[in-house]
Ligand binder design. Structure first.
Ligand SMILES: Cc1cc2nc3c(=O)[nH]c(=O)nc-3n(C[C@H](O)[C@H](O)[C@H](O)COP(=O)(O)OP(=O)(O)OC[C@H]3O[C@@H](n4cnc5c(N)ncnc54)[C@H](O)[C@@H]3O)c2cc1C
Length: 426
């Protein structure tokens, strides 16, 4: 089939790779000048099955713009109109009988994706910064108690995890600051941390070698289905050749346009309950390897991750609703610096001639229940792989494979019914 992919973030590039691998003639359209320039640019590095569990903190809570305590979804401003409905649905999804089932499905996506990531890395002999095994850190006994249901569910699902005492955790991550109180930890196994952008760049090259075409600086302005079996037209405009526009026909299109997917699908009557949730990261060069993490840790109470990516450390966390793109939150960045210094003081170069810290804000395309949409819409030629929220990197390889299987009318290796686009009326 002649297939178009809209968007070259980590979801679009992995989807294009899997489709090309299956023998389709694939073209990726990306409005930016290369891959992984938006949410996939400097995202956190966590890919371990289980990292998404509500470890030691209330599953979902709101923080008002003036609140100073950590955790929860911070409102950068008061929501407007229909945004309240999204907030309400997001809060509801964190309560009640469906909550455990939602976590089960997310764990299964991440676990499957973790296996695919490893398989692709080995099969294609990819060289990207990655490490095995990570720790979820509990500062207080209360966090450990709150995490017990999550731990029980992981054990039932057969996800490799082990409860550790503070001493056992410090033995695995010897640079953890002895001055910072540590009650205990959970060790999550397998591929745990990896560089999202670096992987997207590598998988683009692999896809190209298999015959996939990438067209950059080109925006898909409209998706126009042509009838039940006639395919789809894409209206394109190129910023490289200002003013030029084009219409191209494909047998199918897969929309992987992150937060921009809403505007692209709305004219078709496909209404996505998708909102951008803003998160932040810091990246800095390792100053002294002995003071740096060996792999990755997640501070359960703050929801902030610290990962070693080769010679760099990436700290990521915070989630804000209604933030202004391009204006990182000073309060969230301050918290990232504080948590880094709590656990690995002196590990990065913050100043001086060789010190430079990259402070970054990215928008996560988030659906209220946190499960992505993977599959065909009611228009047979229009497919979606989007809405991965805070775990898009950890689900990328799995959702890409499952989408390619569905497009080839094969049963995916895992049950994808909970991520069907029909659950939101698409
Ligand atoms: C600070 C931060 C930390 C994170 N930490 C983690 C983590 O530790 N683990 C994890 O699993 N996930 C993490 N995430 C989430 C993860 O990064 C995202 O879920 C993932 O990158 C989403 O990828 P994507 O390809 O869907 O979106 P994007 O990377 O945003 O890609 C969408 C692409 O579509 C393009 N596009 C949009 N509209 C059009 C159009 N009309 N025409 C052409 N191109 C278009 C855009 O330019 C963009 O390149 C984090 C995110 C942030 C911001």
């Amino acid at each position: 089939m002649k297939v178009a992919v809209v968007g070259a973030g980590v979801i679009g590039t992995t989807t294009a790779f899997e489709l090309t691998r299956d023998g389709h003639e694939v073209t990726v359209f990306e409005r930016r000048s290369t891959v992984a320039e938006e949410a996939s640019f400097a995202s956190g590095a966590l890919v371990a099955a289980g990292w998404t569990a509500p470890w030691g903190r209330p599953e979902r809570s709101l923080r008002m713009p003036w609140a100073t305590r950590p955790g929860g979804l911070k409102l950068a401003r008061l929501p407007r109109g229909g945004e309240w409905r999204w907030i309400w649905r997001w809060l509801q999804a964190g309560q009640g009988p469906h909550q455990a089932d939602r976590h089960r499905q997310i764990h299964q996506w991440v676990q499957y994706s973790q296996q695919r990531l490893l398989a692709i890395t080995e099969e294609r002999d990819l060289d990207h910064d990655r490490s095995q095994g990570m720790l979820v850190l509990w500062r207080q006994a209360r966090e450990a108690e709150q995490a017990q249901p999550a731990l029980q569910q992981m054990k039932e699902l057969g996800i490799p995890c082990r409860e550790l005492s503070a001493d056992q955790a410090r033995a695995l991550e010897p640079a953890l600051n002895p001055e910072t109180p540590l009650h205990g930890a959970i060790e999550l196994g397998g591929e745990a941390a990896a560089n999202c952008r670096e992987f997207a760049l590598s998988i683009r090259v692999e896809a190209q070698q298999l015959g996939c075409r990438f067209v950059f600086s080109t925006t898909v302005d409209a998706v126009e289905p042509l009838g039940p079996t006639a395919g789809v037209n894409l209206r394109l405009s190129s910023s490289a050749n200002a003013g030029t526009s084009d219409v191209q026909r494909f047998d199918a299109v897969v929309v992987c346009a992150g937060v921009q997917s809403t505007g692209l699908l709305r004219p078709l009557g496909l209404r996505l309950p998708l909102q951008p949730v803003y998160s932040h990261s810091l990246s800095a060069a390792v100053r002294e390897p002995l003071d740096a993490p060996m792999s990755a840790v997640l501070d359960a109470g703050y929801g902030i991750s610290i990962a070693r990516l080769g010679q760099r450390i990436r700290v990521a966390g915070g989630s804000e609703f209604g933030a202004t793109p391009g204006q990182p939150s000073k309060a969230t960045l301050k918290q990232l610096y504080a948590v880094l210094s709590d656990w690995f003081p002196g590990s990065v170069r913050l100043g001086g001639p060789r010190g430079s810290v990259q402070e970054w804000q990215g928008a996560q395309a988030t659906l209220p229940d946190g499960l992505p949409l993977v599959g065909a819409t009611r228009f047979p030629a229009v497919w979606v792989n989007l809405g991965h929220g805070s775990a898009g990197w950890a689900m990328a390889c799995g959702t890409a494979r499952a989408l390619a299987d569905q497009l080839a009318a094969r049963s995916p290796d895992i049950d994808v019914s909970g991520s069907s686009p029909q659950r939101h009326g698409l």
